[in-house]
Design a protein around this ligand. Structure first.
Ligand code: MN
Length: 248
């Protein structure tokens, strides 16, 4: 049976010109759903509900979760900081759902993959913090937000031995794309860093005592069609979700 993977959508509450204008609008890059579909899962786009009881029901119904990336960033107040640089804030509807669902899924040990901003949300949900602006806060020669397409790789990452990511990738060094201007500053106490780029920017996190919790700073959904290792990330989530659903 194909496992059901809950996917967090983005939301325009009515202040974005690009997605629906003044009309409140759910939206999601189709690549996220397609990657889940192509890896053998059923992508199930989640409702942006604000209450904890709904989150618990959602988490109990899915076999796995994909916390997606976004063009906007978490409000720094969610990790105890004031906004220091110019960037677009994620809608509260989306942030509330992502943080709530990630925390409950962590506690319930539901298999979870976080991509880019989704990995950052998982870290913040579990008590970690973020760099609000890589260029302003970290000295690096690497462009983590290059002008070229995310279908092209941008930099290498070094993967920790004995990590989940290392088992999936099968090697210590891989090339990834990069489309982010924020990154993890303090890693949650519940998580560990399992990959970094050559400048030390955190590119992957995991929960070693959980069944399958992986966050990646890059965007495998732009690469998986041509890069088998990137497809393996989605396949590993689907495998973990299938065995989780059998244990339920
Ligand atoms: Mn990067």
């Amino acid at each position: 049976m194909k496992p059901i993977i809950g996917i967090t959508p983005d939301f325009n509450p009515g202040d974005r010109e690009d997605m629906g204008g003044k009309e409140p609008f759910y939206f999601l890059r189709a690549r996220y759903a397609k990657a889940i579909e192509d890896a053998g899962g059923i992508p199930f786009i989640l409702p942006l509900m604000p209450d904890r009881a709904a989150w618990k029901r959602i988490v109990s119904q899915v076999d796995g979760l994909l916390i997606t990336g976004s063009g906007s960033d978490l409000a720094p107040e969610t990790y105890g900081e004031k906004q220091q640089y110019k960037f677009k804030r994620m809608s509260m509807q989306r942030a509330t759902l992502e943080l709530g669902v990630s925390k409950i899924a962590y506690q319930a040990d539901v298999p979870m993959l976080g991509i880019c901003g989704g990995m950052q949300s998982i870290n913040v949900a579990l008590g970690g913090t973020l760099f609000q602006d890589i260029d302003a806060q970290i000295k690096t020669p690497i462009a983590h937000l290059p002008t070229y397409s995310a279908t092209k790789t941008a930099h290498s990452i070094q993967i920790e031995p004995r990590s989940l990511l290392r088992r999936i990738a099968g090697k210590a060094k891989i090339q990834v794309n990069s489309s982010h201007h924020q990154s993890i500053k303090k890693v949650s106490k519940s998580l560990v860093t399992t990959a970094v780029s050559p400048d030390g920017v955190i590119e992957a996190i995991e929960a070693p005592d959980k069944n399958f919790l992986l966050g990646v700073q890059w965007h495998p959904e732009f690469l998986y069609e041509k890069h088998p290792i990137q497809k393996k990330l989605f396949q590993a989530l689907i495998r973990a979700a299938r065995s989780f659903s059998c244990r339920k």
